[in-house]
Design a protein around this ligand. Structure first.
Ligand code: HEM
Ligand SMILES: [Cu+2]
Length: 549
């Protein structure tokens, strides 16, 4: 661990009490350029949007509990899953780890007092909150919210009478927020590292954020331009994508997925980073294959940018093109598998501390593996033709995005909670919540694999009676999952207000954030730390264990 000068017993007011301006109350928060406060602003607003989107998920599932109409009509059903998908992707999963935990912990983990562009950082949150409000505003306008699905496929998104413009504008603004965060992180990692913090001493969460930031900066402008073109076509009637206007709808799909597939790595890479952070701490073992894990993040970002058309195997591409995209899709699974292999190798023979952060990581590994394997199935041309646009695909992306990144966010919340708030949540309740969430989650999505394989289409409001047992189980699963989420968030909220005070390093972590005061001071460190070793060095612990002392 790093050498960090820390005046003994000098506790200063934390970032929760003072900040970078003199304002008190709300203004002290929304005008603060302190990366920790900006991280919390993202956390609270992101969770508010998450709860709204979970509400839509709950209602979608409730409608599907039995064939025919349950409580909403088909048009409302289309609007619910569209807003559910838009919010979950652009306002929860994409900002979840980079904008919340990256903002809070990246500067501390590299030994810096803030990101390099603090005002740009605050601007990225303003864009985030504006984009979020615009996304839901469509609901309040005549015609109601968009019913296109979160992919805004043309020509329907050019022709639909619902309010697709606010949703398109929201995604455009949120893309900018993501780009600014990426620029901030790349420049900060290059320029703000503490003395001795060389690249191979960087925590793996930082490597994953670095790879993610390059995808944010290089891929996001493409979706921005594409959505702007749909807005132009819709408002000015210029033919770009709509065949009636001489446009090409398949071109839209290429442009959309050239961003949206790499976007899944903006979602999963930081979650993989948090898993690499937590496993060594709760296994008390030095991570297995540090450099392989670090470089596999870069490899995933690179190869992940070359597979976008595997979403279009039923869109009429040439066999050669389909063969190439299918082949590269298999290649991308290799660096992901390297990570899973190294995580499991680190756990093997470790001194396992089964606390909530590790429990969510174990669920991550189980669910992400199912998501990964079914991704390989969908990458195989013959299987894809059969499963495209079925609920098998819906199960697949929920296993990678929710079962992966979502559970990664839950793991990060439970891991860094004591450092962020200086208090601890109830461990027993947290463990029960984890069990209920994990069980409900798998009961909700696993039946979707089976019925999708049997031919249940996605985005259908009604279905044949033979699918009902699966839908019934899946809906019950959603209730159990949501019950677990309510227990989890209530426990964290109570912990934040009344939890027991924690020491600065309750888990025995070996990275810089565990050396700071708890909660940290505004400048993070009393003086710039000097880094002398790599992260996760548990060699002493392992030797002692071997000697049985
Ligand atoms: C309580 C939690 C959730 C429930 C009950 C739920 C349920 C569902 C269901 C049933 C659908 C399929 C609708 C259909 O095709 O007819 C769906 C679609 C979707 N869900 Fe979730 N989901 C939840 C959480 C999430 C999370 C955390 C994400 C994060 C990425 C997510 C992202 C999506 C997306 C992108 C779609 C596709 C929407 C579209 O077709 O345009 N969901 N969800
Ligand atoms: Cu893809």
């Amino acid at each position: 661990m790093a050498h960090v000068a820390m005046p003994v017993d000098k506790i200063e007011p934390s970032y929760l009490e003072v900040t970078t301006n003199t304002h008190k109350g709300l203004l002290g928060w929304i005008l603060s350029v302190d990366h920790k406060r900006i991280g919390l602003l993202y956390l609270y607003t992101m969770l508010a949007f998450f709860f709204v989107a979970v509400g839509f998920g709950f209602m979608i599932r409730l409608e599907l509990i039995s064939p025919g109409k349950t409580f909403i009509d088909a048009q409302t059903y289309n609007q619910f899953f569209t807003l559910h998908g838009i919010i979950m992707i652009f306002l929860f999963i994409i900002p979840g780890l980079p904008a919340v935990f990256g903002n809070f912990f990246l500067p501390i983990m590299i030994g810096a007092k803030d990101v390099i562009f603090p005002r740009v950082n605050l601007l990225s949150w303003y864009l985030f909150i504006t984009g979020g409000l615009v996304a839901v505003a469509g609901w309040l306008l005549p015609g109601g919210s968009a019913d296109t699905g979160w992919m805004f496929y043309v020509p329907y998104s050019v022709r639909t009478t619902t309010n697709v413009l606010p949703a398109l504008t929201a995604a455009f603004l949120l893309g900018f927020s993501s780009i600014l965060t990426g620029i901030n992180f790349i420049t900060t990692i290059h320029r703000m590292r503490a003395p001795g913090m060389s690249w191979f001493r960087l925590p793996l969460f930082i490597w994953s954020l670095y790879a993610t930031a390059w995808v944010q900066v290089l891929a996001t402008p493409i979706i921005g331009i594409t959505l702007a073109l749909v807005i132009i076509e819709r408002t000015l009637g210029v033919g770009i994508f709509d065949p009636v206007l001489g446009g090409d709808p398949v071109l839209y799909q290429h442009l959309f997925w050239i961003y949206s597939h790499p976007a899944v790595y903006i979602m999963i890479l930081p979650a993989m980073g948090i898993v690499s952070e937590i496993i060594p701490v709760f296994a008390r073992r030095t991570i297995f294959g540090y450099k392989f894990i670090a470089f596999s993040s870069i490899a995933i970002a690179f190869f992940g940018s070359l597979v976008w058309a595997h979403h279009m195997f039923t869109a009429g591409m040439s066999d050669t093109a389909m063969f190439v995209f299918s082949f590269i899709t298999f290649i991308v699974s290799i660096p992901s598998a390297i990570k899973v292999f190294n995580w499991v190798s680190t756990l093997y023979k470790g001194s396992i501390q089964a606390d909530p952060p590790l429990l969510y990581v174990l669920s991550f590994i189980f669910q992400f593996s199912i998501g990964g394997f079914t991704g390989l199935m969908l990458g195989a041309l013959s299987v894809n033709i059969h499963l495209q646009d079925t609920s098998f695909v819906v199960a697949h992306f929920h296993y990678v995005m929710f079962g992966g990144t979502g559970f990664g966010i839950f793991a990060a919340m439970h891991y860094w909670f004591p450092k962020m708030f200086g208090r601890m949540y109830n461990m027993k309740v947290a463990t029960w919540a984890w069990a209920i969430v994990t069980f409900g989650y798998n009961l909700l999505y696993f039946p979707m694999f089976i019925m999708g394989y049997l031919g249940m289409p996605r985005r259908y409001y009604d279905y044949l009676p033979e699918f009902q047992p699966y839908h019934f189980a899946s809906t019950i699963g959603s209730w159990i999952l949501i019950l677990g989420l309510i227990i989890m968030f209530t426990n964290l909220f109570v912990g934040m207000r009344r939890g027991a005070k924690t020491p600065k390093n309750p888990w025995g972590g070996e990275t810089l954030e565990w050396t700071t005061q708890t909660p940290p001071i505004v400048e993070n460190f009393h003086e710039v730390p000097t880094v002398t070793t790599g992260p996760y060095d548990y060699s002493e612990y392992e030797v002692a264990k071997k000697e049985g002392t």
